[in-house]
Design a protein around this ligand. Sequence first.
Ligand code: AMP
Length: 234
Amino acid sequence: MLPGVRLVVLGKQGAGKGTQCVRLSHHYVVPHVSTGDMLRAAVKSGTALGLKAKEVMDSGELLGDDLVMEMVSDRLSEPDCRVRGFVLDGCPRTVGQAKMLSALLAPVDLDLVVDIEVPTSLVLKRLASRRVCVDCGANYSVSAPPRVNWTCDICGGEVVQREDDTEEAIRRRLELYERQTAPLIGWYSERGLLDPVSGIGSPDAVLRRIIRTIEHRREHPRVPERPDGSGGGK
Ligand code: AMP
């Protein structure tokens, strides 16, 4: 059987991260752990976490590191993630979360962090046409809708535009991405864990590129810039 993987996928909103994470989780037979989906599920079922999260999510801001990482820690400690690994989507979003994740996974770190790169102009275009299933989180677009009347092909849920996909919230999230998440790229590079992959092209082409990158990295592990992997992070 194909070995599992412990993977983080980075990329600004609209880079195709969600789509690729679902495909990668099928390919490697590991759970797709999406913090955005978990938080949306919590909002929908009205849990204490969901009540706290809703307002922050609607405004396009980030939730606190402790809150998010507690949720992630619970999920990653479940047997499916412990045995085969995971594709982590939407987390870490800050260097603080990356440090907490690394502590959580010790002594065995991630296999790789893939950064899906796309120009901002393309991202804005994609996000404006993005539609998602309210039940399973599957992604569609105005140009690639579900087969029947905005009903999800996978689970039959309703396919809608996300409340936080308004132009104002999108711009805010892209700004936040630059400010808070982009430093992760440097942080993971210092540790020899990051590989950029172009997100331009069809989903199939991008998936093949990512899988090639992962397999290449398994065969040629990169040595961190600092022997203890601590890099220069504060
Ligand atoms: P996403 O679906 O990944 O774009 O996430 C939707 C929203 O959930 C974000 O705009 C944040 O408000 C919140 N969120 C998701 N993941 C995180 C995270 N790792 N840290 C903080 N907030 C998060």
